[in-house]
Design a protein around this ligand. Sequence first.
Ligand SMILES: CC(C)(COP(=O)(O)OP(=O)(O)OC[C@H]1O[C@@H](n2cnc3c(N)ncnc32)[C@H](O)[C@@H]1OP(=O)(O)O)[C@@H](O)C(=O)NCCC(=O)NCCS
Length: 251
Amino acid sequence: MRLHSWEDDPGDLRAVLSPEERARADSFVFPRHRRQYVISHAFVRQVLSWYVPVRPRDLRFGTGPHGKPRLDRPAGAPGLEFNLSHCAELALVGIAREAIGVDVEAVRHGHDATGVAHYFHPAERRVLDGLPADRRSGAFHRGWTRKEAVVKAIGAGLTIPLDAFEVELDTDAPTVPRARGPAFPTGRSWHLTHLEPLPGYVGAVAVPFRPATIAAALVTGPVLPPTRAPGAGIPAVQDGWASPYESPTGR
Ligand SMILES: CC(C)(COP(=O)(O)OP(=O)(O)OC[C@H]1O[C@@H](n2cnc3c(N)ncnc32)[C@H](O)[C@@H]1OP(=O)(O)O)[C@@H](O)C(=O)NCCC(=O)NCCS
């Protein structure tokens, strides 16, 4: 499993997008949303082309029944799953050979979680209520990103009620969500990993295997480095555009 995240403005990347992606970008009312969409989708294409022998602009995508994007497997390429999350200036892409869901959020300190937390399972709300005020916001963001990562890994998104399963809120250790209602599909067991891709951001990744390790790179320069051949594997770390914050290997 590998994660790539990115934070910067590389300029105009529309040329690498499909006509459908450009049309969706144009449909956003606010320029910052348009920009975020263009950057993060160009980034998805760039990251995927590190793994399959296809140029970013030539990659093709389909969607699952609830809109989860998937890569149309190019001839001869290994099957790969990916998932994207974006928040403010950060885009995070997770890549795995099996289903994967990622979520990242900017932590809002002092954020009163009580309104949104009513979507949580009652046991989770009790945990939140029992925490000292200074730990509540962190616990809420951990819970929220973990739940989103799980429903995104499954591909059903918010069609699965967030109170149909329970996640740990007050630890950064790897955890396993527990089914708490019939709406949570029981076919697979999921494993959650906590992420802090940048100061001020918290995230989670969910996969249906115990990740021994995660390889992750925070990309901070041009999204489309000009020198990589498609399918050549992830780039070596180069000053100015990639710096791993954790670099063990994994599946
Ligand atoms: C997927 C979902 C959880 C997004 O969460 P979010 O925190 O707002 O946004 P994130 O930045 O983390 O993720 C957005 C990305 O997730 C991906 N995504 C979209 N649908 C997805 C799904 N069903 N499963 C997994 N990933 C999905 C896309 O790449 C999307 O990026 P894009 O909007 O730029 O194309 C939410 O929009 C959702 O539940 N969608 C599913 C569709 C749905 O339930 N529709 C209701 C029909 S009644």
